[in-house]
Design a protein around this ligand. Structure first.
Ligand SMILES: [Zn+2]
Length: 350
């Protein structure tokens, strides 16, 4: 069987789709060197037809990567569950930035993820979480002892699961001659063909270093040219992805925000002493249910949570999920899911 690689696909995702092992794909495609080799749009692949018993591998879904195309495939299901879907802006490569919402409560809560290209686990977590939450809401079931109906009667959850779709695609599929930013990406990455270390957007700007909260301070101590990480841009909020979140935040009245990143199993909750005094009790509650450690501040500026605290005087948290080095391996998802489901449920009740 022949398969033409689509945007956002990886060896593992394709194996999962056809119910074969990644190993079988490698066996039938000598041009693909390893399971983590990039397979790029338009590339032709041979899919072996395995005779006999179908594989029954129940944990595959928890082992594959997640990107914009996966989110888009899930949108019809999310809508059926009563989740409202909006487009709040477009990335540099003109991909929609999706916002999801569920609930009817007066208290508005905002969760965001996928800020950094090599942190796609946070997007996968948030999307799966809202899907499960909506399904419990619909059926009236409790979830881990939380009364979901009550939670979503008192609060409305707003969510942007994937702030940086272009960056995630780059980490999963690499750079290739047909890529609209091929030359620019090569220059930023000094000719190197791997992108595990890339956390910026496609123009080499770090979307969590873009915020008008002592932006100049942060920019001074960061790379001065577009880079795979930590370049603050040539001014605050120059990038369309950051602008979309900025507008979305100003158009709502979020009681507090949780921004998901990886990794470290910590929760940052302060910013230059500007956080409200209830932040301390709130982070304590998030920590109890997740086992993640509260840390007052990372001694940095220019982040989304920093700006939110400074702008609104309300509570903002950065949740660093997972343990290890980015990009975390697919297998990390089990820990991320089990610790953060409770954290994200408690997060609605704060
Ligand atoms: Zn991050």
């Amino acid at each position: 069987m022949k398969h033409i690689v689509q945007k956002g696909e990886t060896v593992k995702k394709i194996a999962y789709k056809y119910n074969v092992r990644p190993f079988d794909i490698l066996l039938f495609n000598p041009h693909i060197y390893a399971e983590n080799s990039y397979v790029q749009p338009e590339m032709e692949m041979h899919i072996p037809v395995i005779q006999g018993e179908q594989n029954v591998i129940s944990d595959w879904e928890s082992q594959t990567e997640f990107s914009q195309s996966d989110l888009e495939k899930l949108l019809p299901d999310l809508k059926k569950l009563g989740i409202r879907v909006d487009i709040i802006g477009y990335s540099v490569l003109n991909q929609p930035i999706y916002a999801l919402a569920i609930g009817k409560g007066k208290k508005e809560v905002f969760y965001s993820g996928g800020w950094h290209a090599n942190e796609w686990h946070t997007s996968k977590f948030l999307t799966r979480y809202i899907q499960e939450l909506a399904s419990c809401y619909r059926s009236g079931e409790q979830w881990h002892g939380y009364d979901v109906t009550k939670l979503l009667t008192e609060a409305t959850l707003y969510m942007v699961p994937l702030v940086n779709p272009d960056g995630v695609d780059l980490v999963l599929q690499g750079n290739y001659p047909n890529h609209p930013h091929y030359e620019n990406i090569r220059t930023i990455n000094k000719g190197m063909a791997r992108f595990e270390h890339w956390s910026s957007n496609i123009r080499g700007v770090d979307l969590n270093h873009q915020w008008p909260a002592k932006w100049e301070e942060e920019a001074k101590g960061s790379p001065q040219i577009p880079w795979a990480r930590h370049y603050s841009g040539n001014g605050p909020l120059t990038e369309p992805e950051a602008q979309a979140i900025y507008r979305y935040t100003l158009n709502h009245s979020f009681a507090y925000v949780l921004a998901f990143h990886s990794q470290g199993q910590v929760i940052y909750w302060g910013y230059r002493g500007l956080e409200p005094k209830e932040s301390k009790e709130m982070v304590h509650r998030l920590s109890l249910v997740s086992s993640y450690t509260p840390v007052h501040t990372a001694e940095s500026d220019g982040g989304y949570k920093d700006w939110f605290i400074q702008e609104t005087k309300r509570a903002g948290f950065t949740i660093e999920v997972g343990v290890g080095t980015n990009p975390l391996p697919s297998e990390s998802f089990a820990e991320i899911w089990s610790n953060n489901c409770l954290l994200a449920l408690e997060g609605l009740a704060l």
